[in-house]
Design a protein around this ligand. Structure first.
Ligand SMILES: [Mg+2]
Length: 262
């Protein structure tokens, strides 16, 4: 089973990203997802695209030719801009390009998918089989990304089954905590068209402390859980010491002050 690691944060220098890619490989990951495009307007000049090219190029060189690299545009591009970015990044042989536009217009995703030589992944903002139906029926993407915490276990399994009939793989969306990740691992073991599972590694220092046991990735894979149920126990005192909070919304602005999709 693959586990993807995520790169990002404030450092947008190629050498910083290369260091992170090397650290990911040393930690046993053979796949990584990156967010190389800054918030953009409907169309941009060459600046953001060239920056994205440099960042992805640095990751490819540091991670090695055998690593799987995924680029997430996080729905911040229009179809026209997503096509421009996809064409620029194509030489880096990405596993997939994620959310090259917002998911509400399936024909727009089809437009991007048919215009670039990179498989498209999408679906993290969709929650029901009905919302995934048109996406799958039109073969708008190569990979669907339902989130077990939004869809529920049974609905995610149904969505994966629908996708399988159209040769579409499943890469569960998983910025979730360790319990959500364990649920996704169980689903991955049960889905014939499972492709890869992402996980967040370093958002909070106590991330690994709220459960009593957690499978370590070895060479990009984890062993199947052997315990009953989800397979881990929540350590309630640790969880209670870190109550939930709402982070401030992410905001991004164009040079003229216009609000951009972050
Ligand atoms: Mg995403």
């Amino acid at each position: 089973m693959n586990l993807g690691s995520e790169l990002g944060g404030d450092g947008r220098l190629p050498e910083v990203w290369a260091d992170a890619a090397r650290a990911g490989r040393e930690a046993g990951f053979d796949a990584m997802k990156v967010y190389p495009l800054s918030p953009v307007r409907a169309l941009e000049g060459t600046g953001p695209i060239r920056e994205a090219e440099k960042l992805v190029g640095a990751v490819r060189e540091a991670a090695g030719g055998d690593a799987d690299i995924m680029v997430d545009l996080h729905g911040r591009t229009t179809p026209a801009m997503g096509i421009q970015v996809g064409r620029a990044l194509a030489p880096h042989q990405l596993l997939f390009l994620e959310e090259p536009c917002q998911p509400g217009d399936v024909d727009a995703i089809v437009e991007v998918a048919r215009a670039i030589p990179i498989p498209i992944a999408t679906g993290e903002r969709l929650a029901t089989r009905n919302e995934f139906h048109e996406l799958i029926d039109k073969r708008a993407c190569a990979v669907v990304q339902p989130n077990a915490c939004y869809c529920g276990i049974s609905e995610l399994r149904r969505i994966a089954g629908m996708a399988e009939t159209s040769f579409i793989a499943v890469a569960p969306h998983n910025p979730n905590g360790l319990i959500g990740t364990m649920v996704s691992i169980h689903l991955a073991l049960a889905l014939p068209n499972f492709l890869i599972l992402e996980q967040v590694r370093d958002d909070v220092p106590w991330r690994g402390e709220i459960v009593d046991e957690y499978p370590e990735a070895k060479g990009g894979y984890v062993d199947p859980p052997t315990r009953p149920g989800i397979g881990v126990e929540l350590i309630e005192e640790v969880a209670a010491a870190h109550p939930g909070h709402s982070p401030p919304p992410h905001l991004a602005n164009a040079p003229d002050g216009a609000l951009l999709d972050w």
